[in-house]
Design a protein around this ligand. Structure first.
Ligand SMILES: NC(=O)c1ccc[n+]([C@@H]2O[C@H](COP(=O)([O-])OP(=O)(O)OC[C@H]3O[C@@H](n4cnc5c(N)ncnc54)[C@H](OP(=O)(O)O)[C@@H]3O)[C@@H](O)[C@H]2O)c1
Length: 276
């Protein structure tokens, strides 16, 4: 079993340096994939109310036999439940589906600036943390401006911001902002989901030089940037591979080569994207 290092956020939260993404698995796939991944050594699991697989994720956790306190279980508040009372109710539904007495990391999935209720949700999440139902609170797809508003209006910074991050979207500015504030950056679509990134011959060359796969080169690039990738894989071999990125080091030239490509966003722009 692989043991993986941690990142530490400003509030003392420990986040394993690689996690397992579960979108777009259904409940049955998530149960199988999460159960197996935990057995392989994964200790960070990423789900969301909107993935509709919290039930399967919870079953996978239960069947893994891994002690609950070793696992960082992450779920997310959907857009349709922004608002104070709505957030408290939505969290309770997520917790029940997961079958857990507490959640480790609860994130606001998208800021939805037009709706303008993410600060109300954040205040509810601060209460959930105070009640011991959530160990740590964070956000996803927030810009530096959105994060700064949370801090200005509540005095509480997120421990994590989970953002789209891959070699075609390296997010230098936002990562620097996070680093200055002690916020852990998590990378979604870390392998550039479906973009053919991994077929790039330049990545193939680097992989060959280290005796690893292109996927491992990209995940290693994330970890050397200080970010936490959460690759999704339902395949046992690729799950194992994605965890095994701590036995080699990319040179500065290789780091630059991985990130040297035209910028491309795969998902929504956080300032306008609406997802309920
Ligand atoms: N916060 C947000 O708004 C947000 C948005 C999108 C995603 N996410 C989270 O981020 C996670 C990961 O993002 P993603 O699923 O979009 O993209 P990804 O992890 O970059 O790519 C997943 C795809 O890559 C394949 N794959 C995995 N490991 C591989 C390897 N070593 N070599 C070759 N192919 C490999 C997977 O197939 P197999 O399963 O067949 O291995 C799957 O098709 C999601 O599952 C979700 O938890 C969050």
């Amino acid at each position: 079993m692989t043991s993986i290092p941690d990142r530490t956020a400003h509030d003392g939260t420990h986040i394993p340096a690689v996690g397992l993404g579960t979108w777009p698995m259904d409940d049955a796939q998530a149960e199988e994939a999460v159960g197996r991944a935990l057995g392989l050594g994964y200790r960070l699991v990423d789900t969301a109310a909107n993935y509709r697989n919290e039930t399967g994720t919870g079953r996978g956790i239960a069947r893994s036999g891994v002690p609950r306190e070793e696992i960082v279980v992450t779920t997310k508040l959907p857009g349709r439940h922004h608002g104070h009372a709505e957030t408290l109710a939505s969290f309770e539904e997520s917790r029940a589906r997961l079958g857990l007495s507490y959640v480790d990391l609860y994130l606001i999935h998208w800021p939805l600036p037009r709706v303008d209720k993410y600060v109300d949700s954040w205040k509810a999440m601060i209460e959930l943390r105070a009640a011991g139902l959530v160990r740590s609170i964070g956000v996803s797809n927030f810009t530096a401006e959105h994060v700064s508003r949370l801090e200005a209006e509540t005095g509480v910074l997120p421990s994590v911001n989970q953002i789209e991050l891959h070699p075609a979207l390296p997010q230098d500015e936002l990562r620097a902002f996070h680093a200055a504030k002690g916020i852990v950056t998590e990378s979604w679509s870390p392998l550039g989901r479906g973009s053919r990134l991994l077929d790039d011959p330049a990545l193939g060359k680097i992989a060959e030089a280290h005796g690893v796969t292109p996927g491992q080169v990209v995940l290693r690039w994330h970890t050397q940037l200080g970010a936490v990738p959460i690759p999704k894989s339902a395949d046992a071999g690729r799950q194992r591979e994605n965890l095994d990125v701590f036995g080699f080091e990319l040179t500065p030239a290789e780091m630059a080569a991985v990130g040297d490509r035209p910028h491309r966003r795969l998902g929504g722009d956080p300032t306008t994207h609406e997802e309920f």
